[in-house]
Design a protein around this ligand. Structure first.
Ligand code: NI
Length: 173
């Protein structure tokens, strides 16, 4: 496994609608492992393939917050929200592609997600709490949508400028 460099906003690759996965090739399974390693290393609770520059419908997540609890590395190919609750939840969200910036986002509190697991089997399950938020955030990435797209244009512009500055400084370092 190896760490993959994370694409920082603004970047055209973060605005693209990603392609569905047709076959679970060894290359894709390796990418999923690399993404999990990159996510844990960051550290983060979720990562989508476009964030490592691959425009494919693949996300990884582990929203287990308790450090004493068993980790739950989760890999989802072609994930789709098939049902969302009317009830909403507000979380302070961040994104590994927009470092060190956070904002409150309102989303459905519970979602049912369908996906293909790493063995190629279709799965479907209900998610609540942080899991629901993380999965919706990551699935948005596959449609070229960032959490800052839910904010006011002014706030979005401010966060984009900060991220751009971060990127310039990182490039110089
Ligand atoms: Ni993100």
């Amino acid at each position: 496994m190896s760490l993959r460099p994370i694409v920082i906003h603004p970047d055209p690759r973060l605005k693209k609608v990603c392609d569905p996965v047709a076959d679970l090739t060894d290359e894709l399974l390796r990418l999923a492992d690399d993404m999990l390693e990159t996510m844990y290393d960051a550290p983060g609770v979720g990562l989508a393939a476009p964030q490592v520059g691959v425009l494919t419908r693949l996300i990884v997540a582990d929203a287990v917050k308790d450090p004493n609890a068993e980790p739950k590395p989760t890999v989802m190919f072609n994930p789709v929200v098939v049902r969302a609750s009317d009830e909403t939840n507000v979380y302070e969200e961040g994104c590994l592609s927009i470092p060190d910036q956070y904002a409150e986002v309102t989303r459905p509190a519970e979602v049912r997600v369908a996906w293909i697991d790493r063995a190629g089997n279709p799965q479907e399950a209900d998610f609540a709490g942080l899991w629901a938020t993380v999965l919706q955030h990551e699935i948005d990435h596959l449609n070229g949508k960032l959490f800052i797209d839910y904010l006011s244009p002014m706030k979005r512009q401010m966060m984009t400028r900060k991220s751009q500055k971060y990127k310039r400084e990182r490039a110089r370092a």
